[in-house]
Ligand binder design. Structure first.
Ligand code: 6PG
Length: 252
């Protein structure tokens, strides 16, 4: 399916548009199946989105108690470490809305045995999420950012995690990030019902271009591998991040 590309003037407008999409997908999914499984992204880009979702009208209107919250990736640090994606989401959003604690499923990336922790997270996903016809856990919504090197979640260029086709979750020492990371893999990401990329700033412009308009088989450009099997993908960008797009990929 052709990606939808939405370009806003600045990061605040992009966050506002993303909040509107997230709220609409959550409301629609909860109305349809009584729950909504969302995977959050980390890094700096989603902070204004999460802050916006914690404010009215979303704080009141989103059916928070029906959400099941997961992560697309995690840094292998304790959950109270400032670098933790769980920590960031907790501070900006989760502590401010009424999601039952048992619906919040952080990646146990601080466990010493990273591979066992990745297996446990994959098993938990299989237990809690609906399954696709080919047996993968199916998220209702996956939020993604993009690195300047076009990494998504913790799938970095030219790494083993990027080539994983059997496991839903893996952990790997990522040299580019100088730390262990835990991440959902391409088969799970591409089977989500909806994927929402949020990209802002000129430093992301070339990665956004390569992800949207480059070849889909490039292991140098992880973002280009996120082509949904049967879901919808939307890129919400500010003008700076969209500045190198030619419009060939979709509706700009
Ligand atoms: C992480 C992420 C990662 C992030 C990009 C962009 O844990 O770092 O989930 O994939 O989305 O690195 O990060 P920024 O938003 O900080 O540029």
């Amino acid at each position: 399916m052709i990606p939808e590309v939405v370009v806003l003037a600045d990061p605040a407008s992009a966050a506002a548009a993303a909040a509107e999409r997230v709220a609409a997908i959550c409301a629609r999914t909860v109305a349809a199946r009584g729950a909504c499984a969302v995977a959050l992204s980390g890094g700096d880009t989603p902070k204004p989105l999460y802050a916006r979702l914690a404010e009215e009208p979303y704080r009141r209107e989103v059916p928070w108690d029906r959400l099941e919250v997961f992560w697309g990736d995690e840094r292998c640090v304790p959950p109270d470490d400032a670098r933790s994606n769980f920590h960031m989401a907790h501070e900006t959003l989760l502590a401010k809305v009424s999601i039952p604690a048992e619906h919040i499923h952080r990646m146990p990336a601080d466990t010493v045995d990273h591979e066992a922790a990745a297996r446990a997270y994959a098993e938990m996903l299989r237990a809690r999420l609906p399954a696709t016809a080919d047996g993968w856990p199916r998220f209702d919504l996956i939020l993604l950012g993009i690195g300047a090197n076009a990494h998504v979640a913790s799938l970095f260029p030219r790494t083993a995690a990027l080539r994983e086709r059997n496991r839903a979750v893996v952990a790997e020492l990522v040299e580019d990030a100088a730390m262990w990371r835990m991440t959902l893999t391409v088969p799970v990401l591409t089977r989500a019902a909806a994927i929402l990329f949020l990209g802002t700033g000129a430093s992301k412009a070339e990665a956004v271009r390569a992800g949207l308009e480059g070849p889909a088989d490039g292991y140098d450009v992880p973002a280009a591998l996120i082509r949904p099997v049967d879901g919808r993908v939307t890129w919400i960008l500010d003008a700076a991040a969209a500045s190198r797009l030619t419009g060939r990929a979709g509706r700009v």
